[in-house]
Structures are given as structure tokens and as C-alpha cells.
Design a protein around this ligand. Structure first.
Ligand code: GUN
Length: 296
């Protein structure tokens, strides 16, 4: 194995420390405590775990956490009324509606009812448009975390060939926009791309976000490339349950210059970036200087 292993857990801890330091300063100097409201509809067990972790980490960095748990049969009107209240609440700087929502609720309508300035997920159509036109936006947490790790590994990304495998609204598309913003030459590839192997082999930066276990083997990777694996796939091997990424780790690590493991790579960065976005939203709402190194 030759690649440097990018320790996402340690990096996320550093991001949380920066957030905590900024929160402490906001409290001391301005008397403001950033607040994050998380809305969960229904009782999906995986979503409950995510929401619990988000609330715990929000409190750990010194911010206020407001959890709103609503029953699965909540009507769209009730949910929209809650969001309207949160939009108007000056103590709430960030709002996150945990997805997926129960089937009778229109996710696009719900997400687009959040005040874009409080949309810490960066999913509101206004933030998508702002990011796409290179303006100041709230940026989706997972791609923001990937960008932070890439800048930390490589310094300037200017002129590098970046290939993003996956075209989701949550990861692939915003990731491509962020890399373009840092002057990479960007290709978005996906499961239908012709000769995906050849496309991947051109990548100085390879971001894998397709959701297929170990789909990208080492011989698709350019020697020395930086590989960011966003995939989290549960598989069973030798009778044991295991988490793997979209990249075949062992073969890729033999070729790459640096690589994120699964677990312990991109995963821990997502909530850290949610906290970073909340403190950024709080600063913007109050006309204050934004924290350095925590934004795109
Ligand atoms: N469900 C799984 N990941 C996410 C996320 O990043 N944001 C929201 N709102 N819901 C999710």
C-alpha cells in the first residue's frame, strides 16, 4: 500500500474545534448563540440515529439545538407551518429537514419553503442557483467536506483534472460546481458513461459517489491521484456485515497518492460541515465576518 490515508475522523474533529472557537467568540463578543433546528417526520430508525448525532454534536460545539419530531402522519400544511415559524425565529440560524420524508409529503415543496439563508443543507433551489453561478451560497455538507479535504491535501486545485462519478443533486452535481469554482477541469461521469475506466484514469482528483459497492478498482486510478470515496455501502462478506465505499480500497490504495477510507473518511465530515454551515449562516444573518476555512 502506497497511498496516504486521509483521516476524516481527525479532520472532522479539527473542523468542529474551529466551529467551537467561532461559536465561543460569537457568544463572548456579540452575545449571540448560533441555533440549529432539525425536523424529523416519522420514525425511520436510520434517520433517528442521524438526528440524534446531529443534536449531540450541535450542543458539543456550544450551539443551541432545537429538535422537532413529528408523527409520520403529519400533514404538509402542518409541516409548512412549522417551517414558517422557524424561518421567522431569530434564535434559529439553520434549519434542516431530515430526508427522506414520508411519501405523502412533497420534499421539493418542503425544502423550498425553508428561508434560503437558513438552508444549511444547501438544497433550496436558490442556493443551487447561487452555487451554479459562482455566488455566495449555502453549500451541501458532504461536497463541502470533500472540498475541504482536497484543499488540505493538495493546496491549490487549479488546473487539475477532476472526475466526479455520480450525478445526484446532493453530492455529484454540487461537488462538480465546487471543483469548477476552484478551477479544476471537471467531468461528471455516471453509471451510463462510456468507457468509465478510461474517464477515471484521467483523473488527478477522483470523487466516487455512485452508491455501488467497490465499483471502482485500482486499475481505473491514475498513479498518484487523490481519491475521495463518498460511498457507504453495507455488504456481507464471509458471513460478516461490512461497510465499504464505491472504490475497491485495497487495490486503489496501492496506486493512489491519497485516499479516504470507508468508514472514517468522508462520513464524519458531513455533520462537521453542517455545524460549519450553521455558524456561517449565523454570521451572515448578523452581518458579521464569516469563519475562515469553513466555507467554499
Ligand atoms: N438524509 C440523509 N442525508 C441527509 C442530509 O445530508 N440532509 C438531510 N436533510 N437529510 C438527509
Amino acid at each position: 500500500m502506497s497511498a496516504r490515508i486521509i483521516d476524516g475522523k481527525a479532520f472532522a474533529a479539527q473542523v468542529r474545534e474551529k466551529v467551537a472557537a467561532h461559536v465561543a467568540r460569537l457568544k463572548e463578543v456579540q452575545g449571540i448563540t448560533p441555533g440549529l433546528a432539525v425536523v424529523l417526520v416519522g420514525d425511520d430508525p436510520a434517520s433517528e440515529v442521524y438526528v440524534r448525532n446531529k443534536g449531540k454534536q450541535t450542543l458539543e460545539v456550544g450551539m443551541n439545538s432545537y429538535e422537532h419530531k413529528l408523527p409520520a402522519e403529519t400533514s404538509e400544511a402542518e409541516l409548512l407551518a412549522l417551517i414558517e415559524r422557524l424561518n421567522a425565529d431569530p434564535e434559529v440560524h439553520g434549519i434542516l429537514v431530515q430526508l427522506p420524508l414520508p411519501g405523502h409529503l412533497n420534499s421539493d415543496l418542503v425544502i423550498n419553503s425553508i428561508d434560503p439563508a437558513k438552508d444549511v443543507d444547501g438544497f433550496h433551489i436558490s442556493n443551487v442557483g447561487l452555487l451554479g453561478t459562482g455566488q455566495k451560497a449555502m453549500v451541501p455538507c458532504t461536497p463541502l467536506g470533500c472540498l475541504m479535504m482536497l484543499r488540505d491535501q493538495l493546496g491549490s486545485l487549479s488546473g487539475l483534472n477532476a472526475v466526479v462519478v455520480g450525478r445526484s443533486n446532493i453530492v455529484g452535481k454540487p461537488m462538480a460546481q465546487l471543483l469548477l469554482g476552484d478551477s479544476c477541469t471537471v467531468t461528471i461521469a455516471h453509471s451510463r458513461t462510456k468507457d468509465l475506466a478510461a474517464v477515471c484514469r484521467r483523473a488527478d482528483i477522483l470523487v466516487a459517489a455512485v452508491g455501488r459497492a467497490e465499483m471502482i478498482p485500482g486499475d481505473w486510478i491514475k498513479p498518484g491521484a487523490t481519491v475521495i470515496d463518498v460511498g457507504i455501502n453495507r455488504i456481507e462478506r464471509g458471513g460478516k456485515k461490512k461497510l465499504v465505499g464505491d472504490v475497491h480500497f485495497e487495490s486503489a490504495a496501492a496506486v493512489a497518492g491519497a485516499i479516504t477510507p470507508v468508514p472514517g473518511g468522508v462520513g464524519p465530515m458531513t455533520i462537521a460541515c453542517l455545524l460549519a454551515n450553521t455558524v456561517t449562516a449565523c454570521c451572515r444573518a448578523n452581518g458579521l465576518r464569516e469563519p475562515e476555512g469553513l466555507t467554499a
